[in-house]
Design a protein. Structure first.
Length: 337
């Protein structure tokens, strides 16, 4: 081959607040012919995740920063166009880290062939991909939910949050979601089976709103938001309650961090706060994917992708996460599935 052009978006400036188009530059170069052990890929979906904003920092903490001038880092689903590795064939669909580029050439060792018997490409981009696994392990293993318990989820209309609430319902819990806006809240209760939803943008006092929705207190708080939301939830924990710290998007792009005040509650309530990273559970991913896949087929679990079309719109899509403009798992469609 190949006359293919690899379209890219490179990080050219580090944001102080929310990310936007000015932090990226579009470039293109001929797609590179793969060498031994490499694959030429065509990106189908680029995953848009809150952590990408953290990777744009000079010191992201748990991973190296993205160098200025480099292609924006990111996960995604891609199709194999050329293979120089015997484990992959042309047409295979893989999960990889294509970043923001249309036709990357990557080491085959960094790609995982997807079993399309387990779910569609869209399922792999969403519920049986990383966000579904994050929800599954976060609420079941870290949250250790038990039937009959009350579960409170923040960021509940987002990719991880929607799955957390539905999994907790399957496990016999009462589930209350916190989300921004009446449409998102209606989707939680009317489409996804949540018992109640709190529109945090419409309440004056979140702590009191949680107390109203969870009159016996919260056994497990699954937190995607952090900051004041975490404080309000901690104040409502029951005896032996658990707060699962999955993310803190309210702080991810904040220029001034919020200091959590209610940690003292943990003493009298004998409660615990525990963070986790989904990759801690990598050995158990196959079993979790089978569990999720079966419930998707049976209609017990739902997750619609929120699709933004066109690689050039990836910066706009990333900003949407911080403006609450996505409902469910956000992806950019780079080429047709
Ligand atoms: N620990 C892990 O291994 C792991 C793995 C994957 C993801 N995560 C974390 O999980 C969280 C959710 O990720 P996701 O991919 O599912 O994103 P998401 O929830 O689909 O999207 C982000 C949502 O956060 C809400 N939000 C944004 N700014 C906010 C603010 N200031 N206050 C309150 N809510 C705000 C918005 O919803 P509203 O309209 O409701 O405001 C927005 O739609 C993130 O914090 C992410 O970093 C952790």
């Amino acid at each position: 081959m190949t006359e293919l052009t690899n379209h890219q978006l490179r990080l050219i400036a580090r944001p102080t607040g929310a990310p936007s188009a000015e932090h990226f530059e579009a470039t293109e170069e001929p797609a590179r012919v793969p060498e031994d052990g490499e694959l030429l890929l065509e990106t189908v979906y680029a995953s848009i995740d809150p952590a990408m904003r953290v990777w744009m920092n000079e010191d992201p903490g748990y991973v190296p920063p993205i160098p200025l001038g480099a292609v924006m880092r990111g996960g995604g689903i891609a199709r194999v166009l050329q293979s120089r590795d015997e484990a992959f064939e042309v047409g295979d669909v893989v999960a990889a880290r294509p970043g923001w580029q249309s036709h990357p050439t990557l080491p085959a060792s960094e790609a995982t062939k997807l079993d399309l018997g387990l779910g569609t490409i869209e399922d792999w981009a969403g519920p049986i991909g990383t966000t579904g696994l994050t929800a599954y392990f976060g609420i079941r293993e870290v949250g250790a939910i038990q039937p009959g318990e009350t579960v409170l989820v923040s960021g509940a209309a987002g990719a991880v949050g929607q799955m957390v609430g539905q999994i907790a319902k399957i496990e016999g819990c009462t589930v209350v979601g916190i989300a921004g806006g009446p449409e998102k809240c209606a989707r939680l209760t009317e489409d996804l089976g949540f018992d109640a939803a709190i529109d945090y943008k419409a309440v004056d006092h979140l702590e009191a709103a949680i107390a109203g929705a969870c009159p016996n207190g919260v056994d497990v708080f699954f937190d995607n938001v952090g900051g004041e939301t975490l404080d309000a939830a901690l104040a409502n924990l029951r005896l032996k309650g658990r707060a699962v710290i999955c993310g803190r998007i309210s702080q991810t792009a904040a220029e001034e961090l919020y200091g959590v005040k209610n940690l003292g509650v943990l003493i009298g309530k004998r409660a615990r706060v525990e963070g986790f990273i989904v990759s801690d559970y990598a050995d158990e991913f196959p079993e979790a994917r089978r569990w999720i896949s079966q419930r998707l087929r049976e209609g017990e679990l739902k997750q619609a992708l929120h699709v933004v079309d066109g690689l050039e719109r990836a910066p706009e899509a990333l900003a949407m996460l911080f403006e609450g403009k996505n409902t469910g798992k956000l992806v950019v469609r780079v080429t047709d599935a």
